[in-house]
Structure formats: structure tokens, C-alpha cells
Design a protein around this ligand. Sequence first.
Ligand code: 9UX
Length: 72
Amino acid sequence: VKEEVDFQITGMTCSACSARIEKVLSRTEGVQSATVNLALETGKVQYDPAVMSATDVISKIKTMGYGAELKS
Ligand code: 9UX
């Protein structure tokens, strides 16, 4: 089962920020893929909804020191 959600991510100031978020999310249980766009301040995450939720993704990103919300 796969769910894909787009997020708005704030607080990234260099390309290592986006790479870091991608790496942490990719290694998170339940996440199938994570790509972060520094210039657009967005992130696209595919995950198994049986294991985690969009709220978990947001919490994870915030724990890393960035702002995150669902992209409208
Ligand atoms: Mo760049 Mo981002 O030196 O947390 S890695 S600002």
C-alpha cells in the first residue's frame, strides 16, 4: 500500500539541508521514497499508511529543526 503526500518545508538554507531531510526520511520506518526540493521548499514522500501517517512525516521534519506542513 502506498500513499504520496506533498509537503511545504521551510528553514532550509543550503543543499545539505535538503539532502539531510531526504536521508532521514528515507531511513524512517514505513517511508518508501522521499525527495526534497530546496528551491521550491517542497518535499514529496511516499509511505505505507499502515505504518505511518503524514503527521508523522511533519513531526520528523520539525524534530530536525525545519518547518513543515501539508502542501495546499
Ligand atoms: Mo547547510 Mo542546513 O550548512 O541544516 S545543512 S544550513
